[in-house]
Design a protein around this ligand. Structure first.
Ligand SMILES: C[S@@+](CC[C@H](N)C(=O)[O-])C[C@H]1O[C@@H](n2cnc3c(N)ncnc32)[C@H](O)[C@@H]1O
Length: 342
């Protein structure tokens, strides 16, 4: 994985195979080694590892190569995608990719340690992740923000979320003041942001000094067919890209925890829609040290209807592949004897 280079600044990072791969226990420690935890402190990059660490060269991207079409990675495309997907999101889509036990594991590094914390859930959608947040934090202190009114309508129907603030907004341009929140959470949304670095910079800005951001998102496949469909659909970042975006935004103590559905037995070659939970701590109050230009895209930006439709249909077709992958992996999990790799 680390050897598949993306364009941009090259940086030497130490990568422990145990930290970046699974080769022995499943996600609950039965058959594969424990979840990898990649930790990046300050400018240096440390990987927590138990054994000797080979040094791999990882290329860290300025941005993703434009050659990949990614048909549904723009705000208007994501808006329409969720116009339809919101109807089946909780009951049909999530069970294959984003289960309650995965959610709870992914939220652990966010350290939701007090009911009084101010929390923002960005790209909070139907509130599936927010349901995990309000187990630890009073709902009245939690704001769910999303650009899709259709997704938010589902969140509004959930009883445990009735005291949350629910607002429409853009992850790349948050309507919160600087130094506002104790925790910034965003699950499964970064893949639709045209400029992920801008979104992570916003996460930094809205957090208080010592506040923590936790971004849960996809990881890029290595198997060729899965990579083809992933790159047609949306942004599947590489692990090192998340780390670079966090560091550039100014976060310290950046860590990456691997997650995945338990029936995958740790397999990551097909990529994962929810593949990692990345956290970072804001070390100083105020705005991010990273200066970037004005926002490039808005959900209300006009688009050529024919081009839009073509992109949308192709993107939705590519997304269908990832509805089938969890079913395929589930069948393999049923067939292959426990304890063996699949
Ligand atoms: C896969 S859903 C995740 C929903 C929820 N966080 C969860 O864990 O189930 C992705 C969500 O991100 C939202 N989204 C996409 N781009 C966005 C943006 N630029 N600003 C705010 N929300 C966005 C979508 O509308 C959608 O509700």
């Amino acid at each position: 994985m680390a050897s598949s280079m993306v364009s941009g600044v090259e940086k030497l990072i130490r990568v422990a195979p145990a930290a970046l791969g699974f080769s022995g226990s499943d996600l609950h420690g039965k058959h594969f080694p424990k979840l990898g935890l990649v930790s990046c402190a300050g400018n240096g990059v440390n990987i927590r590892a138990r054994s000797k660490i080979p040094v791999l060269r990882c290329s860290l991207a300025e941005s993703r190569p434009p050659s990949q079409p990614r048909f549904i990675q723009h705000k208007k495309e994501a808006y329409w995608f969720y116009r339809f997907l919101s109807i089946v999101y909780d009951h049909v889509i999530n069970p294959g990719h984003w289960t309650e036990d995965m959610r709870d594991e992914a939220l652990e590094p966010a350290e939701l340690t007090s009911r009084n914390m101010i929390v923002v859930d960005v790209g909070g959608g139907t509130g599936f992740t927010t349901l995990g947040i309000v187990k630890h934090v009073d709902a009245k202190n939690v704001t769910i923000l999303d650009q899709s009114p259709h997704q938010l309508a589902k969140a509004k129907q959930k009883e445990p979320l009735k005291d949350c603030k629910i607002i429409e907004g853009d992850a790349e341009d948050l309507p919160f003041r600087t130094d506002y929140a104790d925790r910034y959470i965003s699950a499964g949304s970064i893949e639709y942001w045209p400029d992920p670095q801008r979104g992570i910079r916003e996460a930094y800005r809205v957090l208080k000094l010592g506040g923590k951001a936790c971004i849960i998102g996809p990881v890029h496949p290595t198997f060729w067919l899965s990579r083809f469909f992933a790159d047609m659909w949306m942004l599947f970042p590489k692990e090192e890209e998340y780390i670079e975006w966090f560091q550039k935004a100014g976060f310290k103590d950046v860590k990456l925890k691997r997650i995945g559905p338990k029936w995958y037995r740790g397999v990551r070659r097909h990529g994962l829609i929810m593949g990692c939970s990345v956290t970072g701590v804001k070390p100083a109050s105020g705005d991010s040290p990273l200066q970037i230009g004005p926002k490039a895209e808005d959900v209300s930006k006009p688009a050529n209807p024919l081009v839009f439709l073509l992109r949308f249909v192709l993107g939705a077709m590519a997304a269908t592949y990832f509805v089938l992958v969890p079913i395929y992996m589930w069948l393999k999990d049923q067939i292959v004897p426990k304890g063996q790799p699949i």
